[in-house]
Design a protein around this ligand. Structure first.
Ligand SMILES: [Mg+2]
Ligand SMILES: [Zn+2]
Length: 179
């Protein structure tokens, strides 16, 4: 199975320090939805793994999160793209759950659900914790410079070598053979 695991905020849509609390605040990064559609057309399943501590913080509820994701699915569908599912951590930093990245639980849940090993599976994120979760789950971390990506570059010494791309579109270019 060809699979790509994507972080959401800062990879697919513009990030915000104030959290993405409503569909109106969910703004796709130029080229990101097209990139997901290109992955699909090349035979990739795409799943999202996202920390959503705004739930634990009471900034939005599950209906609000579903509405945000419906906008993402609708805009993607217009381009012929599809996200299989969104795995999210609803907890806050104080909850000490296993699913909040940098812990690997969210990605391990994806591996369990799809019954596959994550070795060689690209996991694309903009934060150090995305890369750490990917590595912890045995996937292949990739960094994009959108969202928090530029800040993450300065923290990579603690992490090690990882491929870096300007944005999701460029990361997908690297994943897919030349058309
Ligand atoms: Mg992010
Ligand atoms: Zn969690």
């Amino acid at each position: 199975m060809k699979l790509a695991i994507l972080d959401r905020d800062g990879v697919i849509n513009e990030d915000s320090d104030d959290f993405i609390k409503s569909p109106d605040e969910w703004i796709p990064i130029p080229g990101s939805l097209e990139a997901i559609a290109r992955l699909n057309h090349a035979g990739y399943r795409v799943v999202v793994a996202s920390n959503q501590s705004g739930l634990a913080r009471g900034l939005f509820d599950i209906d609000g999160l579903n509405a945000i994701h419906q906008k993402m699915f609708d805009e993607l569908a217009k381009l012929g793209g599809h996200i299989d599912s969104v795995f999210f951590c609803p907890h806050g930093p104080e909850d000490h759950c296993d699913c909040r990245k940098p812990r690997p639980g969210l990605l391990k849940a994806i591996a369990d659900r799809l019954e596959l090993d994550l070795a060689g599976i690209p996991a694309i994120g903009d934060s150090l914790r995305d890369l750490q979760a990917a590595a912890g789950a045995g996937a292949e971390p990739m960094l994009v410079l959108t969202g928090k990506g530029s800040k993450t570059l300065s923290k990579l010494e603690d992490f090690g070598d990882v491929p870096v791309y300007p944005n999701l579109a460029a990361a997908v270019d690297a994943l897919l053979p030349e058309a």
